[in-house]
Design a protein around this ligand. Structure first.
Ligand SMILES: Cc1cc2nc3c(=O)[nH]c(=O)nc-3n(C[C@H](O)[C@H](O)[C@H](O)COP(=O)(O)OP(=O)(O)OC[C@H]3O[C@@H](n4cnc5c(N)ncnc54)[C@H](O)[C@@H]3O)c2cc1C
Length: 412
């Protein structure tokens, strides 16, 4: 149709689908290019297949990365309530769970993808799959996009929604950083975020599979970075579980600053140190005749017992509980309240849920997400230097930034 803006969106993930819908609703002729054989692969696995689509407590403090003003401007233009109305109109009823996490009522991420796909079809968005953009070439006020297979597509406006590097098996292989760099953008080196941590301890394989509800405190150079409580899982390489994922971003950022971060586990977060020590004292008095390792059965996971005793410096576990010196018991109590490990790294991008880092927010217009380096080029989603906490914040950023970039690409 003569006079209609042609907007081409690179990447059919969460932000790209919403950018395409928003551009099409604003009157543009939209093409959505996706390198995988179908759009929305990552969306399908979000929230363990349930899609934690946003969060009722969407404060700015839950987002990390670059320029806060950009994040605030984008979230104000398409806040949580608008997101929920947007999805309700597409057919998604929703419910709120613990910590403000919002899920589709059907508990199906596939439902979210289905309604987005349906809307894209209704809006006649042209979807090209197996279409990986290899180069974006500005050409006299417009763009020529070169695909990996040598096809060429022209567009008056381009929205880069290629995601970061987390979960490359779902499509986001980091190629967007290269495309943005070719147009003069700066990329803050991305690190895996919301990811399990690798720890320095030879005994970890013996603890593999043990779960406990405890707290994790991440520290670096004497500073406390963050503390979280919840179910923690030992693995053969380190630790995982929701509280670990939540602190991982801070830990990885500390590693990037060349410090050796430490995580300290508290296996009894509801007890003060003195209370725990009193509990152990009473327990050992009551079971005075039992060997030490037996004296802890029922209080700690059985596989943990020899490891924590050894770590507390108590090696002869066959002696009776009555024979344990007060100082040894206090060492054990202290360990159970503050069991610290050096962090050696994280699991790979394959296991990470988000990229912390990305294209600098200082190079986009906060109101429109248009590039300040290349007019007509817009950016949204995880490819930018924004990452949220675990809990629906990353998808909210994808929806909000996709909406803003798509609308302005179509209207400006
Ligand atoms: C296992 C897992 C669970 C998660 N669960 C949640 C959750 O419950 N709640 C939450 O808020 N967040 C969750 N996240 C994070 C959230 O999914 C992402 O932050 C969000 O999907 C990012 O959206 P995006 O559109 O920016 O990128 P993506 O969803 O990664 O989409 C980018 C798309 O661009 C395509 N692409 C890349 N390069 C090119 C190119 N050159 N040409 C063409 N196409 C290209 C990719 O194939 C991909 O389809 C989870 C992530 C993972 C990995």
């Amino acid at each position: 149709m003569a006079g209609r803006k042609q907007v081409t969106v690179i990447g059919g993930g969460s932000s790209g689908m919403v950018a395409a819908i928003s551009a099409a609703r604003s009157g543009a002729e939209v093409v959505l290019l996706e390198r995988m054989n179908r759009i929305g692969k990552k969306l399908l696995v979000t929230g363990n297949g349930r899609c934690n689509m946003t969060n009722a407590n969407c404060e700015l403090s839950r987002f990390h990365g670059g320029n806060r003003a950009v994040v605030a401007s984008v979230l104000a233009q398409f806040p949580v309530r608008d997101t929920l109305v947007f999805f309700e109109r597409l057919g998604i009823a929703w419910k709120t769970e613990e910590d403000g996490k919002i899920y589709p009522h059907s508990d199906q991420a596939s439902a979210v993808l289905d309604v987005l796909r349906y809307e894209l079809e209704q809006l006649k968005v042209a979807i090209l799959v197996e279409a990986e953009v290899a180069a974006v070439c500005p050409e006299s006020g417009a763009f020529a996009l070169q695909l990996q297979d040598s096809r060429e597509i022209s567009a008056s406006r381009v929205v880069l929604a290629s995601g970061g590097r987390a979960g490359p098996q779902f499509g986001s292989n980091g190629s967007g950083y290269r495309l943005a760099r070719s147009l003069g953008h700066r990329v803050i080196e991305p690190l895996p975020g919301i990811v399990s941590l690798r720890l320095d301890a030879l005994f970890l394989p013996r603890l593999k599979g043990i779960k406990f509800v405890g707290s994790i405190q991440a520290r670096s150079g004497g500073d406390v970075l963050r503390r979280e409580v919840g179910e923690i899982l030992f693995t053969d390489y380190g630790i995982s579980g929701p509280p670990v994922l939540q602190v991982s971003r801070m830990v990885m950022a500390a590693m990037k600053r060349n410090t050796t971060p430490v995580v300290a586990l508290d296996l009894f977060p509801d007890l003060e140190l003195e209370q725990l020590d009193r509990t152990l004292k009473d327990r050992f008095a009551q079971q005075a005749h039992k060997p030490l390792d037996m004296g802890l059965v029922g209080l700690l996971n059985k596989r943990l017992i020899p490891v924590v005793l050894a770590q507390a410096g108590i090696h002869d576990t066959s002696r009776a509980c009555a024979g344990l010196a007060a100082q040894e018991r206090q060492q054990l109590s202290a360990l159970l309240k503050d069991w610290s490990f050096n962090v050696t790294g994280s699991q790979s991008w394959h296991d990470a849920q988000v990229a912390a880092g990305g294209i600098s927010l200082d190079e986009v217009n906060p109101a429109t997400l248009e590039s300040l380096r290349q007019p007509g080029f817009y950016l949204c989603g995880e490819v930018l230097d924004v990452d949220g906490d675990c809990g629906g914040f990353n998808l909210q950023w994808a929806w909000s930034s996709g909406w803003v970039a798509g609308r302005h690409a179509a209207e400006c």
